[in-house]
Design a protein around this ligand. Structure first.
Ligand code: 5GP
Ligand code: ZN
Length: 113
C-alpha cells in the first residue's frame, strides 16, 4: 500500500519521533500549526479514517487515547493541549491513515471551524 504514514512507521520516510510502543507511533508534524504539533498514529494501517474504526480494530485507538497524557507530558504541554482528528474532505483530511493531531505550546484559538 502506498501510504505516507506506513512509510514513516517503517522508517522509509524519516520522522522526528516523540513516542513509540508496539501499537502506536507519535512524531512531530512537518508543517506545525502550533508551537507543538505532534501526530499520533496506529502503527498498523487499521483504518484510513475515523469512519473505518470498528470494535475489532479499536484497541490501538484506545491505546492512543491512553497515551496522550504521557505524550503531552513528554512534549512539555503542562498548560493543556488540543486533540483533533480530521475525517474526510470537509475536514481537510489529507493523509488516509487514521491519525490524531496533538496541538499545544500556546493559548490556542477558540475557533475550530
Ligand atoms: P490531515 O490534514 O490529514 O489531518 O493531516 C496530515 C498531516 O500530516 C498534516 O498536518 C501534514 O503537515 C502532515 N504531514 C504530511 N506529510 C508529512 C511528512 O512527510 N512528515 C510529517 N512529519 N508530517 C507530514
Ligand atoms: Zn498507512
Amino acid at each position: 500500500m502506498d501510504c505516507l504514514f506506513c512509510k514513516i512507521v517503517s522508517g522509509e520516510i524519516p520522522s522526528n519521533k516523540v513516542y513509540e510502543d508496539e501499537m502506536i507511533y507519535a512524531f512531530h508534524d512537518i508543517n506545525p500549526m502550533a508551537p507543538v504539533h505532534i501526530l499520533i498514529i496506529p502503527k498498523e494501517h487499521i483504518a484510513s479514517s475515523m469512519n473505518d474504526v470498528t470494535g475489532e480494530n479499536s484497541a490501538c485507538i484506545a491505546r492512543i487515547f491512553e497515551k496522550i497524557p504521557h505524550i503531552a507530558a513528554l512534549a512539555g504541554l503542562a498548560g493543556g493541549y488540543r486533540v483533533i482528528c480530521n475525517c474526510g474532505p470537509d475536514a481537510d483530511q489529507t493523509v488516509l491513515h487514521i491519525h490524531f493531531h496533538l496541538l499545544g505550546g500556546k493559548k490556542l484559538s477558540a475557533t475550530l471551524g
